[in-house]
Ligand binder design. Structure first.
Ligand code: FDA
Length: 300
């Protein structure tokens, strides 16, 4: 019930604009690294000092104005330069709808190409985040075209989709992030129960760990993390074949512990003024995250 409310709120255009105008509020500063590049680099340095790398997301999605998409592209190019100049351990995550997929496919491709080419100069990885089902195939198509020229690109496999097993087989030669899936999807295309999604998530992770290039296991679920730790030990999968990922601000102690135990750990660092939809999806996934908001409001 609460999940549906937060999901609906995440798509509200009016609230999205208001959030941009009034800055980080509602406790979002706990899970968003900052609104500018300077603060973000500072946050990455702090993570790096704890042995944690970062994947940086310039917040924004479902953009419908060309000027907004170009602004987002320029901002991502700025972050790429800042990561390189500051010598921090980080790469980029981006959403195709932020750089124009809902406006025009070719326009989006041109923007993406410019970003991938710029990152490639520094041997920096670009992860194409996966959004809702309607954008899934076009996002894979964008990546397929890019892969003809560049190899610093990877993407996300969402375990709730029926087709995820075929996709992971097709893209096993790539660095892949595997997640449960964050959007509300219909029964025609996606598993609906936690049991089915978790079972498929584990199946996909194990498959890519055994057959794939590099696996980013992105979850806050300690049951899954413990399962993976056991699986890699039993199958003698070396630590340089995988990493754990979590979102900035979540389970911070566990993030540090996993890094201390010698596992590669990468934190997803979102920044920028377009934080509203991202923040609402986090509340939808786990309404207990409201605790973060309450703490933020009272610990002034
Ligand atoms: P889930 O929310 O299912 O929780 C399972 C259990 O873990 C809980 O019952 C609880 O016991 C424990 N737990 C979870 N969070 C906790 C917390 N904060 N504190 C204490 N216990 C906690 N999705 C997508 O569709 N496309 C994408 O590109 C991405 N990218 C992405 C990157 C990264 C780095 C992450 C971590 C996640 C994504 N996601 C995503 C989101 C993903 O699909 C999923 O919606 C969320 O990670 C929530 O699912 P979890 O697996 O984290 O645990």
């Amino acid at each position: 019930m609460l999940k549906d409310v937060f999901m609906a709120l995440s798509k509200n255009q009016l609230l999205t604009s208001a959030a941009k105008k009034y800055g980080l509020k509602l406790g979002a500063q706990t899970v968003v690294a900052g609104t500018n590049v300077e603060d973000t680099i500072k946050s990455i340095r702090e993570l790096n000092a704890k042995g944690i790398s970062a994947t940086v997301d310039n917040l924004g999605e479902f953009v419908i104005e060309r000027s907004e998409a170009l602004k987002a592209k320029n901002s991502i190019l700025e972050v790429i330069e800042a990561i390189h100049t500051n010598g921090v351990d980080a790469h980029i995550s981006l959403k195709p709808t932020q750089i124009g997929l809902d406006i025009d496919y070719d326009f989006c491709y041109e923007n993406l190409l410019e970003i991938v080419a710029a990152a490639s100069k520094y041997d920096m990885h670009i992860n194409i985040d996966m959004e809702d089902y309607g954008h899934l195939q076009p996002s894979f198509d964008l990546m397929d075209t890019l892969l003809k020229e560049y190899n610093n690109v990877g993407t996300v496999i969402q375990a709730y989709f029926d087709r995820a097993e075929d996709d992971i087989e097709k893209y096993k030669h790539l660095r892949l992030r595997i997640v449960k899936g964050a959007y509300k999807e219909p029964i025609e295309v996606a598993f609906q129960t936690k049991e089915e999604i978790d079972a498929n998530f584990i199946k996909l992770i194990e498959y890519h760990l055994l057959n794939g290039k590099f696996t980013s296991i992105a979850t806050h679920d300690h049951h899954i993390i413990n399962h993976v730790k056991k699986f890699v030990a039993e199958n003698e999968i070396p630590n340089d074949k995988f990493e754990f990922q979590m979102l900035y601000g979540f389970r911070k102690d566990m993030q540090i512990d996993l890094a201390k135990q010698g596992y590669n750990f990468c934190t997803y660092v979102p920044f920028g003024d377009d934080w509203y939809a991202y923040f609402m999806r986090r509340l939808a996934e786990r309404p207990q995250n409201l605790n973060l908001v309450v703490k933020q409001v009272f610990n002034k």
